[in-house]
Write a protein that binds this ligand. Structure first.
Ligand code: NAD
Length: 372
């Protein structure tokens, strides 16, 4: 069976779905890998490296039209989806709520689409958890983006010209990305505090040397059984806003990471709060693609509002393409290899991981799509 790896077409996307290690492990399992020419170049993977690992290098048409399994990072565009062979398998990030038109195209070509967003967070699937691998990288990079947009130093600096106080960094949302952001900001010498609706993360935040900012919500059920945040009541949101207003006034850099699965990102930072921040401070809104945690965020842009720089990046993992691709390649090949027997992919829809990730199969959409 042929596994195709196309070049990503989203303008900011530098990652590639398979690196040579992944190519070698799929080839060893008896699959043939076809990589589009130049697919890995932006992630420091040359065509020659792909060939050495056992892949064939071909044009885009051959990859999309011939492969039985397509491995991608970003969801395909509708046009790309239409070029995938009837009945093939596609594995990529794919959010039914945001990619409805793509799902329709995949359904009509009877493609079995599996979303890396939906890999369950169970022990057996840890090596396939691309949300975690990419979020860790993005959390690290967000702090570097904040630091390089701040007219201040992160660490304390004592010189003959005087002592510079360390910057204060506030992390909103202490999940995988937030915890990595805390660790990175601490390594740079900043004074770090963080908040999350899931009270369970307090200990993790403190163990990284940051202060956990507490607010009594009254609402007890802030977490799903899967460990994700729930959408909050209006009253809880009001309490958080009071806390944020006060915290942001004394903060130099804010990294926001708050997400609710399959819902728009919670709007936590209002224009009024931005007005109250110090001039020259920076917000990096990692939830920008999900609508943003700050109401002034513009996706893909850096804007200055009321003296505050507000950055709304696309997935920052794409900007650390070599390592992000290396980890993603491990995630996606681990998932695929669980379904390979004697050089062929036999999807077991009863398997807990496959069952959770499949979003279209045999001409049917298997997930409910309700936006908003
Ligand atoms: P996420 O990306 O969905 O959300 C990011 C963070 O934003 C979360 O910590 C969430 O609680 C927080 N948040 C949401 N709404 C908020 C609000 N209104 N105010 C403040 N914070 C808000 O989450 P994630 O980082 O992918 O991980 C969530 C959970 O999954 C964590 O408990 C993590 O430890 C767990 N996890 C488990 C595994 C595993 O068991 N294999 C792997 C990865 C993550």
């Amino acid at each position: 069976m042929d596994v195709g790896v196309p070049k990503e077409t989203a303008p900011y996307e530098k990652r590639v779905a398979l690196v040579p290690d992944g190519i070698a492990s799929l080839t060893k399992a008896g699959l043939r890998v076809i990589v589009e020419a130049g697919a890995g170049v932006a992630a420091s993977v040359t065509d020659a490296m792909c060939r050495d690992a056992g892949a064939t290098v071909a044009g885009a048409g051959e990859v999309m039209g011939k492969a039985d399994v397509i491995l991608k990072v970003q969801p395909p565009s509708v046009e790309e989806a239409r070029t995938i062979k009837q009945g093939a398998i596609l594995i990529s990030f794919l959010q039914p709520v945001r990619n409805r038109d793509v799902l329709d195209a995949l359904t009509s070509s009877r493609v079995t689409a599996m979303s890396m967003h939906r890999v369950p967070r169970i022990t057996r699937a840890q090596s396939m958890d691309a949300l975690s691998s990419q979020s860790s990288i993005a959390g690290y990079k967000a702090v570097l983006v904040a630091a390089s947009n701040l007219g201040k130093l992160m660490p304390i600096m004592m010189t003959a010209a005087g002592t510079i106080r360390p910057s204060s960094v506030f992390i909103l949302g202490a999940g995988v990305a937030g915890l990595q952001a805390i660790a990175t900001a601490r390594r740079l010498g900043a004074v770090v505090s963080a908040y999350d609706v899931r009270a369970a993360v307090k200990e993790q935040v403190e163990s990284l040397g940051a202060k956990f900012v507490e607010v009594q919500l009254g609402q007890k059920d802030t977490e799903t059984s899967g460990g994700y945040a729930k959408e909050l009541t209006e009253e809880s949101n009001r309490k958080i806003q009071g806390l944020l207003e006060e915290t942001l006034r004394g903060t130099d850099a804010v990294i926001t990471t708050a997400l609710i699965p399959d819902r728009p990102a919670p709007r936590l930072i209002t224009e009024e709060m931005v007005k109250g921040m110090r001039p020259g401070s920076v917000i990096v809104d990692m939830a920008a693609e999900a609508g943003g945690n700050c109401e002034l965020t513009e996706l893909g842009k850096s804007v200055v509002r009321h003296g505050v720089t507000i950055i709304g990046p696309y997935d920052l993992a794409a900007t650390v393409a070599a390592n992000a691709s290396q980890m993603y390649s491990r995630n996606i090949s681990s998932l695929l290899l669980t379904q390979v027997k004697e050089g062929r992919v036999h999807l077991n829809l009863e398997d807990e991981i496959v069952n959770a990730t499949v979003v279209t199969h045999s001409g049917e959409m298997l997930v409910k799509v309700s936006a908003g």
